[in-house]
Design a protein around this ligand. Sequence first.
Ligand code: GUN
Length: 362
Amino acid sequence: MFPPSELPAVSSGPAAARLSFPGQAESLCYDSKRVRFCSAWGPTLTARILKGAEFRDQIYAELRVELDALRAAGITPGLAGVLVGENPASQIYVRNKIAACEQLGIFSAKLTPSASITTDELVATVEGLNRRDEIDGILVQVPLPPQVDAKRVLETVSPEKDVDGFHPVSLGRLVTGRPGLVACTPAGCMEILRRSGVRTEGANAVVMGRSDIVGKPMALLLMHANATVTICHSKTRALPEVVRRADIVVAAMGRPWMVAPDWLRPGATVIDVGTNHITNAGEAERLFANHPERLEAFRKKGSALVGDVHPGAAEVAGAITPVPGGVGLLTIAMLMANTVKAARLRRGRAAGAPHPAEAARF
Ligand code: GUN
């Protein structure tokens, strides 16, 4: 992958970047993977699509080797998923996490307390899971109902079973560069960067969003990988200008198609963490005004899933993750990796070498 600083002269428009090669014929394509179309106007950049399935399959293949070693030592890692209430998006996420366990032969238990559960009751549920030896990882799907003190519940998860990486102890380990369980979505973003050969050292990285789950740990991981990191949020001034300086953009604001193509530096790597479920017809009509096929699909299905980055970004970026089919798959893969890691650390230190992604993390 070419770092943006090595790009030839570029003049960028709102939706497409054109490379100009003074005195050279239009057929010149300096990177056959990226420049797919050479028009009379010059070649148009088309981003490499960083497909989550490819990286997930690599990680699963590596995990299977580790799981075999654990099983030979009599250990089957186990994950407990706690799904409170009936939030449809959470139901899908937890179902997909349990399905991944089944695919890999990880033991799973799903607990589904009612939406009216109290903080004390949920704390007691988590304490029960802390005591179960066959459970190596505990995930409490968030958001939780408003009457529940989410922080207290998440702090109840034993740090050694904190496969979500949400516990202050896990975050503290990350801040100080100690090995530990890292939040799955940012860990998955780092896997995408590493496995697709994107150089982080010395790169300007912009993280959009400052949540405890994604933005903050993401910024720390990029900093540990020697990037120069800027964290943007709702109060950031001149946001497009800040984003335009980035070699690596991680978009995690939860705002549908907020990042416009002309916010991006041509050739930048774009990691789209957005998973925005559109169910409102008015919003769909506004968003898909110039995308009749997307509007048609929305009308048939009654919903659509879109990222935080406008699809036109693929004409400007050097590499980009799709939504769906990008980061989301890695979030689940890293949850599996964390569960296996938690099992090995807690009950089977002797059972095999660590997963390569883990060794590469710090
Ligand atoms: N809700 C949205 N993302 C996540 C996640 O990664 N873990 C949990 N537990 N809940 C979530």
